[in-house]
Design a binder for this molecule. Structure first.
Ligand SMILES: Cc1cc2nc3c(=O)[nH]c(=O)nc-3n(C[C@H](O)[C@H](O)[C@H](O)COP(=O)(O)OP(=O)(O)OC[C@H]3O[C@@H](n4cnc5c(N)ncnc54)[C@H](O)[C@@H]3O)c2cc1C
Length: 496
């Protein structure tokens, strides 16, 4: 007999969607237990840039911007690319209708946002960027959940959802303190376990060529998708994967600003400084936390930067899916090598090395100043190779043959000293968009097309075929769907 616990609503996962669900369920009068497999809350929400696109927010009104959910709905068409026609438009409607309300709710819990900033092809500035960074999501949501008496259990992976004949889901089996514990849910269970960007099995099924490429979030292993599938649920749009993207290695030790708690005061201070101080004064401060987790823009490759591997060899046409090729290089690492022409070009607007959309841009001097572990410069290719730790002869031969292969009159090449290198770069899957099929009340659908009673899904695992391309739609969805799923689960009649 397993030891047991009981409550009204169980939430599986303490990311943005799960904690939002828990808060709403508690506000609706339910006793709530959140089970989180990691030692800290946050999931991908904690690792994100943190932007939310929303139409009709108080920040937009303050800036005199008139915007509507209808316009937001229409603008999302521009981001669908090859997946146009596969979107779940009913869920997109839900997102745009509730995004501003979700944002205001987050602000009411203590979060600060900067913006709105322009994010074309959105027709109005509607991107709101969290301050001081995305760690503010788990910090404030967890705090609000605890203030409402929610029991948040960490290191508590859910292994199975327990079903009771046709009366639906009755609880879960979780691992806590080295034991299997049965947790009973009198009203319902909300699956909020994130995506499968780091699960080789699900990626093999939907996008086999990406199966072995690691994700930014190593614990995004599609547990929620598998728990749902075990009850007959099915995954929609599993092939929609963001990445592989090029990322610079994380600093071994986070800088001071990333170590500061993402408090209200720091958020407000940054909000004020972004609004009032000249950009030149404030940028170094913003950059010092932004350049912690960034990838280079494709424009740097188009301008002539060359990708080389640990052996100093070029291994790919830089403009054709370099992410796939980087994953196959020794150690999975690559470096960008460029000359003073490209370095000068990418030292100021409009050419930036990387960006956190809307907040700030990072140029070559920012990397030189804030990421000396990534940036190297030397007067000769051999000296540059020595600084990076690459074989000098090989690097020189690679660059010479690259320069010689450029057609006459075509700009590019790595010709003018001093020479620069940025890296190591890795290739990472960012997120996956495949979610379980759900109703507009976020109830999970079973094999027969009917709802699995008392089982709800929110956030990435509850995406239900909604395509959230473009910046700032995933967190808006996580919070909106989480709040709704938590509330609906709490409203289920309690089992005897
Ligand atoms: C680098 C990066 C940048 C991004 N930037 C943005 C952005 O600016 N704007 C935007 O809108 N979106 C962004 N996204 C996407 C966005 O962060 C996610 O889609 C969103 O946060 C997902 O929220 P979630 O609650 O569904 O999942 P998560 O935040 O991943 O939470 C899921 C939680 O469930 C837990 N869990 C999983 N399995 C179990 C189990 N078996 N038992 C118990 N707990 C479990 C996990 O540990 C995790 O804590 C970004 C993502 C990345 C990786």
């Amino acid at each position: 007999m397993n030891p047991s616990l009981s409550c009204d609503v169980i939430v599986i996962g303490a990311g943005a969607s799960g904690l939002s669900a828990a808060i709403e369920a508690a506000d609706a009068g339910a006793r709530v237990i959140v089970l989180e497999k990691n030692p800290m809350p946050g999931g991908s929400s904690r690792l994100s840039v943190g932007s939310i696109n929303a139409a009709g927010s108080s920040l937009q009104k303050r800036a005199g911007i008139v915007d509507t959910p209808d316009e937001h709905f229409a603008d999302m068409d521009h981001f669908m690319g090859p997946f146009a026609g596969k979107d779940n438009l009913a869920l997109r409607r839900l997102l745009v209708d509730h995004a501003a309300e979700s944002l205001e709710w987050l602000i009411s819990l203590g979060l600060s946002f900067y913006g709105p900033t322009a994010d074309p092809p959105h027709r109005h500035p509607r991107m709101h960027n969290v301050l001081p960074n995305s760690r503010a999501y788990p910090y404030y949501l967890n705090r609000a959940a605890k203030a409402r008496g929610v029991d948040v259990r960490l290191d508590a992976p859910v292994l199975q959802i327990l079903r009771d004949g046709h009366s639906g889901v009755r609880g879960v089996l979780a691992r806590m303190g080295g034991q299997s514990v049965e947790v009973e849910a009198r009203s319902g269970v909300v699956l909020a376990a994130g995506d499968y960007s780091n699960d080789p099995e699900l990626k093999q099924r939907f996008r086999p060529e990406l199966a072995r490429i690691p994700a930014i979030n190593p614990t995004a292993t599609g547990d929620g998708h598998k728990l749902g599938e075990a009850l007959g649920a099915r995954v929609i749009n599993g092939e929609v994967v963001f990445g592989p993207g090029l990322r610079f290695m994380e600093p071994t030790r986070p800088n001071l600003v990333r170590r500061l708690p993402p408090s209200w005061l720091l958020g407000k201070l940054m909000q004020w400084a972004l609004d009032h101080l000249p950009a030149s004064l404030f940028r170094p401060f913003v950059m010092s936390f932004m350049t912690a987790s960034m990838g280079p823009e494709a424009s740097l490759l188009r301008a002539g930067a060359v990708l080389v591997n640990r052996e100093g060899q070029r291994f790919v046409d830089e403009l054709v899916q370099p992410g796939l090729a980087i994953a196959q290089q020794p150690g999975g690492h690559a470096w960008l090598v460029f000359d003073s022409r490209v370095a000068t070009m990418f030292s100021g607007p409009p050419h930036y090395v990387s960006t956190a959309p809307g907040v700030a841009f990072a140029y070559v001097p920012d990397y030189q100043r804030h990421r000396p572990d990534l940036y190297h410069r030397a007067d000769s290719l051999e000296a540059l190779a020595g600084r990076v730790g690459l074989p000098g002869d090989a690097l020189r031969a690679t660059i010479e043959s690259r320069n010689a292969a450029l057609p006459e009159g075509v700009a590019g090449g790595v010709l003018q000293a001093p020479f620069h290198a940025l890296g190591p770069l890795e290739s990472r899957i960012v997120i996956t968009d495949g979610g379980l099929a759900v109703t507009e009340r976020h109830q999970v659908l079973g094999a027969d097309g009917g709802v699995i009673p008392r089982l709800y899904a929110a956030g990435a695992v509850g995406q239900g075929g909604a395509l959230l391309a473009g910046n700032g739609h995933h967190i808006g969805w996580a919070v909106t769907s989480g709040r709704r799923a938590g509330r609906f689960a709490a409203q289920e009649p309690r089992r005897l």
